[in-house]
Design a protein around this ligand. Structure first.
Ligand code: LLP
Length: 416
């Protein structure tokens, strides 16, 4: 009988050893993807930096890997900074993002030696300047711009449309005053500009348009600046998804930037990209145990022991996934089923209308490409405990995040 092998170990035995639901990462896939980025995102004309957008999935073990590979880090909160510092990630390789960094977060970041800030608005910039002055620290500022370019993807995850909460519009008062604030500040220095045009993108045109606008913009400055063109590289969730090849995409981005610079006869210090999902998403698989089944007039439900608490994406974005019953691999997928979770919410569906062979209680189900925004968006709704996370490579499995226990759920409850 055929088996699903992840990193040299059968999924069934991983489920037995660690229980379900379980997030399993094939480390070799992460390593390969990192290599695809670092090997192909290169230029003779400027420095290139790959920043891992750690909101996609953060844990100490992964951060070690990211650092070992020489990547930089994009963080968006005090919690993400704290985790990075606990993993001994170098503070000067961290870029601090976010549209509403609190004064406490800014104070914390500056005091911990974070020197790169991606500023989203003028108020934030003024607060940052005060903090830099107070602590007498120099800060490099990237301004996050809303270039008004829409990437073709799901509306909820487009972050660069005109009324976006993220970034400042070019030539707006906010932008002009931000530039003036940086220029008149002893402690702030303009590092460059940032734009993130969306997520799960399958076409390159929007990035090319963004590069063109950004290069135009930096051409107006006397000093050499840097550009960050964000993340958003799409991945394969189902066979309908046709992701771009990462080596090709990043080589193209460099090439298009070089051409745009040559056309205007200018130079930049660095070009940065910020992949999250594409670095980690396809390496992750969630294993569930199948429980009961139920037939309604129009549906055949197969229930699993997790759901929206470990993967909110189907409920939040109508995201699609593919799966296999790993204990019935190789059998014909004769049944049209809807895989639903165990949470008290009608929208708690993992996969609507998919095909499986005949399955029984106790069978193990693998849902693929759950490595990004799964664990990181998990919740304790219904007091569900967060699953363990396992990294597997060359037949060796290691637990990198432990499964929560019921006791963990009560950690912050105050008892009478
Ligand atoms: N840089 C910035 C400024 C971002 O806002 C994001 C994602 C990224 C990089 C990384 O994008 P990626 O390469 O992962 O697409 N929770 C949603 C995605 C939200 C993305 C928010 N920003 C999801 O599960 O699809």
């Amino acid at each position: 009988m055929s088996e699903l092998i992840i990193g040299g170990i059968s999924a069934e035995s991983l489920a037995k050893t660690y229980g379900t639901p379980l997030y399993v990462y094939d480390e070799a896939k992460i390593d390969n993807r990192i290599c695809e980025y670092t090997e192909n995102f290169k230029s003779e004309l400027f420095e290139t930096k790959v920043l891992y957008a750690s909101k996609a999935f953060q844990c100490i073990e992964l951060l070690h890997k990211i650092e070992d590979a020489g990547l930089y880090l994009d963080v968006v909160s005090g919690g993400e900074i704290f985790t990075a510092l606990e993993a001994d990630f170098p503070a000067d390789k961290i870029y601090f993002h976010g549209n509403n960094k609190t004064p406490e977060e800014i104070e914390f970041a500056v005091s911990e030696g974070i020197t790169h800030f991606v500023c989203d608005n003028l108020m934030e910039l003024k607060g940052l300047e005060q903090e830099a002055l107070k602590q007498e620290k120099s800060i490099s500022v990237m301004l996050r711009l809303n270039l008004g370019i829409e990437a073709h993807t799901h509306e909820y995850i487009i972050t660069s449309y005109v009324d976006s909460k993220f970034g400042m519009a070019l030539e707006s008062e906010e932008y002009l005053e931000s530039i003036a604030t940086i220029e008149s500040s002893r402690w702030l220095e303009l590092e460059g500009f940032h734009s993130h045009i969306g997520s799960q993108i399958f076409e390159m045109d929007a990035w090319f348009a963004a590069i063109d606008k950004l290069v135009d913009l930096v051409a107006g400055f006397p000093q050499r600046l840097s550009l960050n063109i964000g993340g958003g590289f799409g991945i394969r969730y189902t066979k309908e998804d046709k992701p771009l090849s990462i080596p090709e995409v990043v080589a193209q981005l460099v090439h298009v930037t070089e051409a745009a610079l040559a056309k205007r006869a200018i130079q930049i210090n660095a070009l940065m990209i910020e992949p999250g999902r594409s670095l980690i998403g396809e390496a992750g698989t969630t294993l569930y145990t199948i429980g009961y089944q139920k037939k309604t007039p129009n549906k055949h439900y197969v229930f699993v022991d997790g759901g929206m608490t470990d993967n909110i994406r189907p409920a939040l974005y109508q995201a699609k996934y593919s799966c296999d019953a790993v204990t019935q691999l190789g059998k014909e997928k004769t049944n049209k089923v809807t895989i639903a979770g165990k949470m008290c919410e009608s929208g708690d569906v993992v996969i609507e209308d998919t095909y499986l062979p005949e399955v029984a209680q106790g069978d193990i189900l693998a849902v693929y490409s759950t490595g990004a925004y799964g664990y990181s968006m998990s919740s304790n709704y219904n007091r569900a405990t967060t699953p363990a996370v396992i990294f597997v490579k060359d037949g060796v499995a290691k637990e990198v995040i432990k499964r929560q226990t019921f006791k963990d759920l009560l950690r912050n409850d105050v008892r009478r």
